[in-house]
Design a protein around this ligand. Structure first.
Ligand code: FAD
Ligand code: FMN
Ligand code: SF4
Length: 647
């Protein structure tokens, strides 16, 4: 056993529940439920099995609803529901499975969705503590919950908590973060004039009633955790001072632990820090709450570095470390840390594809781990007949296929035309703020190198080479090349491609214009902050970063603001010369932007010729990643994983 991470592996207590270590899987809705009844499916069981097996101490399920008659929302995102005794059987399969590995499991129970209802149904119009605009439809207003409905929700909460206990859960987690209980707690969402609104006592009444209703079913000894936001993070939202007061009162009411995070649904990034944000952002305020109460706190939010997690425990800022995405990416995080194999931990790149998928109603998935969401499938197995596999291209797609195929016993040769492995990740990792991506690139390279894969660098593969080698299977992961717009001056001396800039970081002039406001253009602009006096992006579309998930977009825009990057949209590039850039505006007006250096970030074209010609020649050939069409790491890894698993 490793001696570096003593605290992480010390048993902890929540009420009378003993947890074998200080690692908690934070709640993650994974969209694995089945049917109209929103039942937990076998997908869930296998998803949790892998994480329990990986050594986590306590798992908190994703959002589960207590009932769906009074508050049937969300309609699209289908949270599972524990509103009938039938559900006990499904949940019991989950708890028994988790217990096989010595892990404990808490059910995250929500009293309702309130103003966060997604698709309003005329038959049961969304209702919240007070009449107010719906979060997802600002032009629609939800109604005020009646007292009868409040009583119904409270009663359902108690029944659901009782079912959780009967299903074998070890603790109940009361979801008081953004959803209905938080809406009652907070003056920004609760303007009631009856006994449920106004003073803090009144605003806490709905929580107290749900808690009491749960206690009636669970008894006084059953551990209860409350998840609550530290600060909502917007003007008029709850501040830390009141959170401390609420936490003290909840502790006095018999709550056994808190799960603390910054932000709320309306201001999401502090809860789930993106790649453009700092690590551990919830820890400072959580530590202040902890100092005011006497029960354990679980804290998450970019704590995936084992050193950082251990430090927070040693410094007594947290009692349990919450890991959501780090355990999604690598279910064996605890096991690897315990065994001192931290270099083997696959890092989360904080890209938010996982959340984006579930919010679009899809099964959960992950950019850097193709198995996520597919845990029910058989694990990668040894090949029955080893084959000679040629992988062309050492980007993430090629490396993913090579490392899995080699582990399966195939004879793999990976050939990369450059002197380094990484493909576009080499440029993608260049900005300081892409440190998580850098860790992933390094992990991928280490992992492929730790297999029997023969790696050849500096060799551009063509058809003749393939014919000579005569492999059984060819995987083509040749990626893309940057597009150069067909306008006068695009090849001028003052013009450079964004990828070339990121790779070589040459000097630039005082005034820089970047053509193209996608992710690459915008990240390049932030990188230039210390080098150029003015940085302007011109974008043809009506908005910048149009294809980026909302979860990451605004945090990158914050970095752009800090770096004083300006942008203008609806502008079509017409010409570049030694003095700057001319573009056509939306009203047909010509605009000139002075520039000493022009950086092009106008997209990528797939390198698919080799794939097409090998297919014509009759090879068993598969394309992976961007050479199929410009994409993201998600495509390269998920397709790479699928190909390698089936070879
Ligand atoms: C600046 C930048 C930032 C990015 N940031 C992100 C991000 O944050 N998140 C995200 O999801 N995606 C990001 N991307 C996109 C991501 O990098 C790509 O989707 C991903 O790298 C595609 O992987 P791939 O293996 O298909 O191709 P590539 O990474 O392009 O790799 C292809 C490799 O094949 C090699 N090759 C080509 N032809 C031959 C040949 N004939 N013989 C041998 N080798 C050959 C190339 O040299 C290259 O190394 C970014 C891209 C850029 C440019
Ligand atoms: C895909 C996904 C789903 C989530 N679902 C929930 C949820 O159902 N309930 C909840 O309280 N938090 C949810 N969260 C927030 C996480 O519990 C956690 O607070 C956040 O991801 C920060 O921790 P991390 O940096 O370790 O990922 C979710 C996060 C992700 C990424
Ligand atoms: S999809 Fe991205 S943010 Fe989500 S777990 Fe995977 S790497 Fe992390």
């Amino acid at each position: 056993m490793n001696t570096k991470y003593i605290k992480l592996f010390e048993p902890g207590k929540i009420g009378n529940l003993i947890v074998k270590n200080r690692i908690v899987q934070s709640p993650m809705h994974s969209k694995n439920c089945e049917g109209f009844e929103m039942r937990y499916s076998h997908w869930y069981t296998e998803y949790f099995r892998e994480r329990a097996k990986g050594g986590v101490g306590l798992i908190i399920t994703g959002h589960v609803k207590a009932e769906k008659t009074i508050d049937p929302y969300p309609i699209n995102s289908t949270f599972p529901c524990i509103d009938s005794d039938l559900a006990i059987r499904d949940f019991n399969e989950v708890t028994e499975t988790v217990h096989l590995y010595g892990a404990k499991i808490a059910l995250q129970l929500s009293a309702g969705t309130g103003r966060l209802a997604d698709i309003p149904q005329a038959s049961r119009w969304p209702a919240a503590p007070s009449t107010q605009p719906l979060f997802f439809h600002k032009n629609l207003v939800c109604r005020e919950l009646t007292r009868g409905e409040i009583n119904g929700l409270v009663q359902a909460y108690g029944y659901a908590a009782g079912r959780a206990k009967r299903a074998g859960f070890d603790a109940l987690y009361i979801h008081a973060h953004s959803y209905l209980i938080d809406q009652f707690l907070s003056t920004c969402w609760n303007q009631r004039e009856d006994e449920y609104g106004g003073s803090l006592d009144n605003r806490m009444r709905f929580f107290c009633e749900c808690l009491q209703s749960a206690r009636n079913s669970l008894g006084n000894d059953f551990p209860i955790i409350v998840g609550i936001g530290l600060e909502h993070g917007f003007e008029g939202g709850r501040k830390l001072e009141e959170t401390i007061e609420i936490a003290k009162r909840m502790q006095n009411l018999g709550v056994n632990a808190f799960h603390l995070r910054e932000g709320c649904y309306d201001v999401n990034p502090p809860t789930m820090p993106t790649s453009y944000m700092e690590d551990a952002i919830s820890v400072p305020n959580a530590a202040k709450v902890r100092a005011n109460i006497g029960i354990p706190v679980i804290v998450d939010g970019a704590l995936g570095s084992p050193d950082l997690a251990e430090k927070c425990l040693v410094e007594k800022k947290v009692d349990f470390v919450g890991l959501a995405r780090p355990l999604l990416v690598d279910p064996e995080w605890p096991k690897k840390v315990r065994e001192g194999r931290t270099e083997e931990i696959r890092p989360c790149i904080r890209c938010m594809e996982c959340l984006h998928r579930v919010s679009m109603g899809k099964f959960i998935g992950c950019s850097v781990n193709g198995r996520v969401g597919r845990e029910r499938e058989a694990p990668v197995a040894h090949a029955t007949s080893p084959r000679k596999v040629l992988v062309i291209g050492g980007g993430p797609g090629g490396m993913e296929v090579a490392r899995i195929a080699a582990r399966r016993g195939h004879r793999v040769t990976l050939i990369e035309k450059n002197q380094r492995l990484g493909g576009n990740l080499l440029e993608a990792c260049a900005p300081k703020f892409k440190k998580q991506l850098l860790l992933f690139r390094q992990w991928l390279e280490r992992d492929v190198r730790s297999t029997e894969t023969e790696i050849i660098l500096g060799k551009e593969v063509d058809n003749t080479f393939v014919n000579k080698m005569n492999p059984d299977v060819v995987i083509v992961g040749t990626g893309t090349h940057p597009c150069t717009p067909d306008v006068p001056g695009a090849l001028g001396k003052n013009v450079i491609q964004a990828v070339d800039y990121l790779r070589e970081q040459p000097d630039v002039g005082a005034k820089v214009v970047i053509v193209g406001g996608g992710m690459v253009g915008c990240e390049t602009a932030v990188c230039l902050a210390d080098k150029a006096e003015s940085i302007t992006i011109i974008e043809m579309l009506p908005e910048i970063l149009m294809t980026m998930t909302v979860y990451t977009k605004y945090t990158l825009m914050e970095l752009m603001d800090k770096a004083n990057v300006k942008w203008e949209t609806g502008l079509k590039l017409l010409e570049i010369n030694g003095k700057g850039v001319t573009a056509l505006g939306p009203n047909g007006d010509k605009r000139f932007f002075p520039a000493d250096t022009v950086i092009l970030s106008t997209g990528f074209s797939p390198n698919d010729q080799l794939y097409k010609s090998l297919e014509k020649e009759g090879y068993e050939v598969y394309a992976v990643g961007d050479c199929q069409g410009t994409g993201k790491i998600f495509n390269a890894i998920s397709v790479g994983y699928s190909i390698a698993k089936e070879l």
